[in-house]
Design a protein around this ligand. Structure first.
Ligand code: ARG
Length: 439
């Protein structure tokens, strides 16, 4: 069933009809489509393009369609080309020929652009809310685990940090993710409604009115750009890709930390799975899946970038390909944020093991060198002296603080009793990361 056909003699092939249809996925835009149409007819009335009774009939018809879809009385299916045709044809069959006036001074090109922008904006706010929930969980997990653990560079034990400090790094990554999404919303916040096919309309319409009523800052400046801009889709999928990259890095840490090799955390059974052959195993599947799905969201980004790169102005049907990529990226990022939230809120940190790892790692070696510098030695020389002490400690299975003053003095006579306080892990934390902690 189509909205066009007047200039066609032959029937469209079934194969083509199926190939062309986007209803199976753009049905997700039904409420935005109806919202756009309701504001459009309000404007048509205000500009004397529709009469009052026509406006009332169309509005009531659209609202009844919305209610029926939401109550499950009307199913979005059938051989319609897209959600726009589905709703318009449904309207005509409900209210008769006055329904045919809905599409006055509008094209599906500006219609789809406005529907999709409304949808993307709404969901962007939703993603922000989910990110904030995850941030609260991270904060709580950090508060509950303000315990020392090794900090790493090159995945080698480097200096002492706390679990709280480590996990809060992700809080700040998410903070930037939220800013990026807000910025994307701000950039896309212009309404394409009223651009029509590509060159506006001969009617005297009011694009400012529809823009403001639909929650946009203003209408777009250029009709051709308005109907063919999909930057907002690209930008949001790109924001989602960065979120996934952050979640994937965190997943990788959780996977490593839950292995027997690290043994820093225990992922709850709620978010783990077993092996069908090895009875002893508890696998971090949730974290692995998040890490895996990151590739999928990057793929969505590559697909839409590639689709858009060769399209001349203005609308071309290639652009229908924007939706599935976006929906997939959105669904994936939302599911991953939620699962990460579940995993973190049920996680147990094994303090006994993080402390053990700190002790075995000579994690106060840098501070021990700083001690010698305070006593007058040049840093490069101090670095060498402590290096020799670490070698000695490794051979004798002792941490620096476990060496006696006499042993330490064999390497430098600058060592005094006060070295033990200076290199105490808590004290190094207080002089280091804790000095700068805001949260
Ligand atoms: N289903 C189409 C899309 O998603 C709607 C716009 C159709 N416009 C047109 N001129 N055929 O892009």
């Amino acid at each position: 069933m189509k909205l066009w056909g007047g200039r066609f003699i032959d029937k469209e092939s079934k194969l083509m009809e199926h190939f062309n249809s986007s209803l199976s996925f753009d049905k997700r835009l039904y409420s935005q489509d109806i919202k756009g149409s309701l504001v459009h007819v309000e404007m048509l009335l205000k500009c004397n393009i529709l009469k009052e009774d026509e406006f009332v009939k169309i509005t009531e018809g659209l609202i009844s369609i919305l209610e029926d879809i939401e109550k499950g009385k009307l199913h979005i299916k059938g051989d319609y080309e897209d959600i726009h045709s589905f709703i318009e044809m449904n309207l005509i069959s409900r209210i008769g020929k006055v329904g045919k006036k809905l599409h006055t001074a509008r094209s599906r090109n500006d219609q789809v652009a406005v529907d999709f922008k409304l949808y993307v904006k709404e969901k962007a706010e939703f993603v922000i809310r989910e990110l904030k929930n995850l941030q609260s969980t991270i904060e709580k997990l950090g508060e509950e685990n303000n315990i020392i653990m090794p900090g790493y560079t090159h995945l080698q034990r480097a200096q002492v940090v706390t679990f709280k400090y480590h996990i809060m790094a992700y809080y700040y990554m998410l903070e930037r993710d939220i800013k990026r999404i807000k910025n994307s919303i701000d950039i896309m916040n212009e309404s394409p409604l009223g651009c029509c096919a590509l060159a506006g309309t001969t009617y005297n319409t009011d694009r400012d009115y529809t823009a403001i009523k639909l929650g946009f800052k203003s209408p777009v400046n250029n009709f051709m750009d308005g109907v063919s801009d999909r930057d907002f889709v690209i930008e949001l999928i790109s924001d989602f890709s960065i979120i996934m990259m952050h979640l994937s890095r965190l997943s990788e840490e959780l996977i490593l930390w839950s292995s027997k090799e690290f043994d820093f955390i225990e992922i709850s059974e709620e978010f783990s799975t077993g092996s069908s052959i090895m009875p002893q195993k508890k696998n971090p599947d949730a974290a692995e899946l998040i890490r895996g799905k990151t590739g999928r969201v990057y793929g969505d980004l590559m697909a839409i970038l590639t689709t858009m790169k060769g399209i001349p102005l203005a609308y071309n049907k290639d652009m229908q390909e924007d939706k599935e990529n976006y929906f997939d990226a959105l669904d994936t990022v939302l599911a991953c944020i939620k699962v990460m939230n579940g995993m973190l809120s049920t996680l147990r940190v094994k303090e006994e093991n993080t402390i053990k790892a700190v002790k075995k790692g000579f994690l106060n070696a840098t501070e021990a060198a700083d001690y010698l510098v305070c006593k007058g030695m040049a840093f490069r020389d101090a670095h060498k002296v402590i290096g020799e002490i670490v070698l000695y400690g490794e051979e004798n299975n002792k941490a620096i603080e476990e060496l006696s003053l006499e042993e330490l003095r064999r390497f430098s006579d600058l060592f005094g009793e006060d070295v033990y306080i200076f290199i105490d892990y808590e004290n190094t934390l207080n002089r280091g990361i804790k000095k700068d902690i805001k949260k």
